[in-house]
Design a protein around this ligand. Structure first.
Ligand code: FE2
Ligand code: FE2
Length: 414
C-alpha cells in the first residue's frame, strides 16, 4: 500500500539551498515523529540533496519519485532531537471584555504542576528541543511558587503605576515648624530604609523562579518598580521644604538584615509581605491621617495602595502554599521565632521614629498636643497588632498562634 502523507507542500522550483528548507522545516514541525510529509519540487537534483539532509537531520527519505515535470519526495519525520511538548498551532487567545490580559493567557496556557529546569528560558507552551543545559532554578513547583491569582495581580499592578515626579504636587509643600519638619524627615528616612529592604528581599528570589511561572517574576518586577518609586518619593519628601534625612537606627538595621538573609521564598514572603508590609499598611494610614500637608498625605496614600497589592500577593502566595503543604505552618512559625531570637535585645520601636510619629500626630510640640500624639501612637501599635492577627487568622493560623506570632513580630514593623 502506498504511504500516505499527513501533509503536502509544493516547493515550486525553489532550490534546496535557496529557500525550499524554509517551507520543509516548519511543515515537519507540525508533524509528530513518524508522520510523513510530501514535498513536490521542480528543482533539479533535489532527490540527492534531500537524501543527504534527511540523514543528517535523522529523518527518513522514504521515496523520491520523478513525476511529469517534478519530483515527489516523501519524508518520514525522525524522533531524535524532536522538540518536546504539544503544539500551540491554531491557538487563539480570547479577548475578554475588550482585553487580552495576563489572566486570559494564564487560563489558556495554565501553570504546570512541576517544571523542568532543563527547558531553560523556553516560554511556557513552546516546544523545546532537547539537549539544552540544566538551569539553576530552584523554585520549580507550582504550589510553592505560583498562586492562581498572580496574573490578575500583575495586570492590576501594571495599570496602577504612577510617577513620583509628575503625579505629586511638589510645589505645594510649604516649610513646616522645625520640630515638625524634623519629624517628617525622620519618618521619611525610616520609610525609605524599610523600602530598600522591600526592594532587595524579593529581588533575591526572582532569578530562582522557574520561567514556567513567569507571571510570578513579572508581578515581583512590578513590586520592585513600586519599591523604587517609594524610595524615591520618600527621599524627595524628606528633602523638600527645608528638611533632610534623619537617623538610621541599629534596631532597624538588625531587623532588615534578618529579612535579607532569608533563603526560603515562602518564609520571605510571609515575613516581608504578610507581617512586614501588612504592618506598614497601618503605619502609612497613620501618616496619611496625621500628615502636616496634603502632599505628604497623598504620598502615604499612594504608597499604601501599592503596598496593599504586595500584601495581597504575599497572602495569596502563603495561603496557596499552606493549602498544599500543611507542614508549612510549623516552618513559618519557626521562621518568626528564629527572627525574633536573632533580634533579642533589640528594644521597642526605634526611639527617633517613635518620637517623630508622636510629634507628627501632635502636629507640633505643645505639651497637651504631644500627650494626645503619644496616645495616637499607642493606639497605632494596638491597631497594627489587631490587623496582623487578622491576617494570620486569614492565612489559617489559630487565634492563639496568631496572637503569639504577632507579638513576636519585629518592633521595627517591617
Ligand atoms: Fe513600598
Ligand atoms: Fe511593598
Amino acid at each position: 500500500m502506498a504511504t500516505q502523507a499527513a501533509l503536502a507542500i509544493d516547493g515550486g522550483d525553489l532550490p534546496f539551498g535557496g529557500g525550499l528548507l524554509a517551507l520543509v522545516r516548519p511543515a515537519l514541525n507540525l508533524l509528530q515523529p513518524g508522520g510523513v510529509l510530501a514535498v513536490h519540487s521542480r528543482a533539479p537534483g533535489i532527490a540527492d540533496e534531500f537524501f543527504t539532509w534527511c540523514k543528517v537531520e535523522h529523518h527518513e527519505l522514504i521515496e523520491a519519485a520523478p513525476q511529469a515535470g517534478f519530483t515527489r519526495l516523501l519524508i518520514r519525520k525522525g524522533s531524535l532531537g524532536a522538540p518536546r511538548g504539544g503544539m500551540e498551532h491554531g491557538l487563539d487567545l480570547p479577548v475578554v471584555q475588550g482585553r487580552l490580559d495576563a489572566a486570559t493567557v494564564l487560563n489558556t496556557v495554565p501553570f504546570p504542576p512541576a517544571a523542568d529546569p532543563a527547558v531553560g528560558f523556553a516560554p511556557r507552551g513552546a516546544r523545546v528541543e532537547p539537549g539544552g543545559p540544566v538551569y539553576p532554578f530552584t523554585l520549580n513547583e507550582r504550589d510553592h511558587v505560583a498562586p492562581p491569582d498572580v496574573a490578575q495581580l500583575y495586570d492590576q499592578a501594571v495599570n496602577a503605576q504612577w510617577n513620583a515626579e509628575t503625579d505629586i504636587a511638589w510645589d505645594r509643600i510649604r516649610p513646616l515648624p522645625p520640630a515638625l519638619q524634623q519629624a517628617v524627615g525622620q519618618i521619611m528616612t525610616f520609610l525609605a530604609e524599610n523600602e530598600l529592604s522591600a526592594l532587595y528581599v524579593p529581588s533575591r528570589f526572582i532569578a530562582r523562579i522557574h520561567p514556567a511561572y513567569v507571571e510570578v517574576g513579572m508581578f515581583l518586577s512590578t513590586q520592585l518598580a513600586d519599591e523604587a518609586r517609594h524610595i524615591d518619593v520618600f527621599l524627595k519628601r524628606a528633602r523638600k521644604g527645608g528638611g533632610g534625612l534623619g537617623i538610621s537606627h541599629a534596631t532597624t538595621s538588625a531587623s532588615l538584615h534578618s529579612l535579607l538573609v532569608l533563603e526560603d521564598f515562602t518564609e520571605a514572603a510571609f515575613l516581608l509581605s504578610v507581617l512586614g508590609e501588612g504592618t506598614f499598611l497601618d503605619l502609612l494610614r497613620f501618616i496619611e491621617d496625621h500628615a502636616p500637608d496634603e502632599v505628604t498625605a497623598e504620598i502615604a496614600r499612594r504608597a499604601r495602595a501599592d503596598e496593599t497589592r504586595h500584601v495581597h500577593f504575599g497572602m495569596s502566595h502563603v495561603k496557596h502554599a499552606l493549602q498544599h503543604d500543611p507542614s508549612l505552618y510549623g516552618r513559618l512559625e519557626a521562621a518568626v521565632r528564629r527572627r525574633s531570637a536573632t533580634l533579642a535585645g533589640v528594644g521597642g520601636v526605634p526611639a527617633a521614629v517613635q518620637d517623630a510619629l508622636t510629634i507628627l500626630a501632635a502636629r507640633g510640640t505643645d505639651p497637651v498636643s504631644v500627650r494626645a500624639g503619644h496616645e495616637r501612637f499607642r493606639e497605632l501599635l494596638a491597631v497594627m497588632h489587631e490587623n496582623r492577627v487578622k491576617r494570620l487568622r486569614n492565612a489559617g493560623f489559630s487565634a492563639e498562634q496568631a496572637g503569639t506570632l504577632s507579638d513576636l513580630h519585629t518592633p521595627n514593623f517591617m
